[in-house]
Write a protein that binds this ligand. Sequence first.
Ligand SMILES: Cc1cc2nc3c(=O)[nH]c(=O)nc-3n(C[C@H](O)[C@H](O)[C@H](O)COP(=O)(O)OP(=O)(O)OC[C@H]3O[C@@H](n4cnc5c(N)ncnc54)[C@H](O)[C@@H]3O)c2cc1C
Length: 388
Amino acid sequence: MRTAVVVGAGMAGLATAGALARCGWQVVLLERGERVAAPPTALVLWPNGRRALEAIDPEGGWSAIAAPLPDGGVRRPDGQWLVAPRGAGAGPAPAAVHLEDLYDALVAGLGDQVQIRTGFGVTTIRTGRRQRPVVSDGRTEIEADLVVAADGIDSTIRRALAPEAAAVGSGFAAWQAVIPAYRLPELPAEQAAGGETLGAGYRFVSIPLGERAAGHGGVYWVATAAGAPRPEPPATQLALLRRWFAGWHPPVGELLAATHADDLVPQEVRELRPLPRSYGFPSGPGGVVLLGDAAHAMPHHLGQGACLAFEDAATLSSLVTGVAPGAGLCAAIEEYGRLRHPRTTSVVRQTRRMSAVVQARGRLALRARDAALSHMRPRMLPDWTPPE
Ligand SMILES: Cc1cc2nc3c(=O)[nH]c(=O)nc-3n(C[C@H](O)[C@H](O)[C@H](O)COP(=O)(O)OP(=O)(O)OC[C@H]3O[C@@H](n4cnc5c(N)ncnc54)[C@H](O)[C@@H]3O)c2cc1C
């Protein structure tokens, strides 16, 4: 039996563990936390992410949990359009999904074949030309043909195998919250449809969740501000947000007023700079791959981190389907890096252009930003199709 150890039960690890089990691998999923738990937020699944999830698990019921998002355009804080909304395109629409629903679907997709071990924090990895990779938490060693490092931006495994990549601050702080439907203010349809607003160094995005979402819908919002994360307690941070975004067009103020301090998920925005030189490391008859934020953490401006992780998972599982440990598996591990590195590098480059847009301050910089934005259509990332 081919064996895999997946380290980290975030979205990347859950998706990969399920995908490998479905193509016949015996999988152990290691999570350092005491349980597998979704953060109380939501995200946007862009068409590439949706395609990847469909490829990973066609029976996953993704459409049932993902509410299609109309293009809400981009406004200035006074409500004027920077980029007017486009009508529905021909391809699949992006969709909003509550993370509780997404985690539930990914956990359901693990089936009975994946052994989950929580409270297992990997501290070391051993690789070598003649040995299968081995991970350990300092007490127990686990050896496998394939080790998948899906342990997030501070990945222990990446630090050991690709020390050139460092996790650094991106110069932004972000706040996310889901306001449950029963606490939402009455909003006219146009405002309830959500959208994005760009100020000088500030950004606010609101996204309606489908009525079937966890908590029966509601609104998810993300605020971003250039600068360091705030040290204050959540109630003070919420008061600051209300002050920073005061006077922005509706419904920004209304949504912040309806938010409670314990809804708030504050975060420093970080990224990997540079990216690892490689995502695949053969070891003996198998090897190690980096996947998700462990491989290519980036700021959230284009909402691509999890979508790319699902692409990684779909690519890896298609490459190792039917492949036995030995030369074939080593070649698949190298091919994974060859396919994923250019793709993720290009999305990271576009994300950095968007960072400059969000960071713009001062009259001249804002004028340049406005001119660039209407041409840039930054969300129009090249789409992706799963490998055959
Ligand atoms: C504000 C914001 C908005 C975003 N919006 C979007 C969006 O709209 N669309 C999108 O696609 N992406 C979005 N993202 C990005 C997305 O959230 C991340 O890319 C995604 O969560 C990464 O998942 P992951 O599983 O790779 O890493 P993580 O979620 O960090 O999971 C890593 C897991 O590994 C575990 N772990 C860590 N170290 C160890 C260890 N040594 N041993 C065992 N387990 C370990 C952790 O406990 C954790 O469970 C956003 C990010 C932010 C900050």
